[in-house]
Design a binder for this molecule. Sequence first.
Ligand SMILES: *Cc1c(COP(=O)(O)O)cnc(C)c1O
Length: 222
Amino acid sequence: MDYCSKLRDISLRIENAKQNSRFKEDIKLVAVSKTVTSTEVAELYKAGCTAFGENRVQALKDKCEELYILPIEWHFIGRLQTNKINQLIALHPILIHSCDSLKLALEIDKRLKAVNQTLDALLQINSAKEPTKAGVKPENAMEVYKEIIHTCQHLKLKGVMSIGAHTNNISAIHKSFETTREIYELALPFGAKYCSMGMSADFELAIKCGANIIRLGSILFK
Ligand SMILES: *Cc1c(COP(=O)(O)O)cnc(C)c1O
């Protein structure tokens, strides 16, 4: 299938999922391009997708450089090592989805201050409390959220992100999305705008649970 048909097909599924949701959020699609090259990114961009996500700083840098001519909105969605923070800041991503601790937030904020720059980010929630996953525990999420809001002047928290529970058990995935949405709602009075959840296998469920950003990779590029 060509990218135009794929995007059309996915837009219909998104619209359908919205109709089945009580939230009626506008859904932003971020195409996760970590498994493809700049050529595919440029093709999907031409088909109408303007937001892309990468999970490694070096890959993001390479693609930003190769595709500088296109006004692509770049998102960072991966684990961020401290020694890569400056490199990431210099790439001016529109949003970091994966700020996964107070410590990381403080570190990014410090580096942003040094270059007098601001950057929007989401707090990653480990909503199913999986030991292999990054993110703050749901029960600590609001405390950490408020601490970051009050301490960081340059890193601007704009909501939450999570990866659905890694299981075939739909109700466990559902529960993990609901947990994230609940935290998002608690963060609304603190300026939250984005609830980033849902990937190729579970984006319709995520929309039903109140996501307003979905991150799709394999369904677009397979
Ligand atoms: C790879 C990745 C995605 C996309 O996953 P697919 O299942 O390929 O849609 C979304 N979010 C994050 C954080 C990822 O690393």
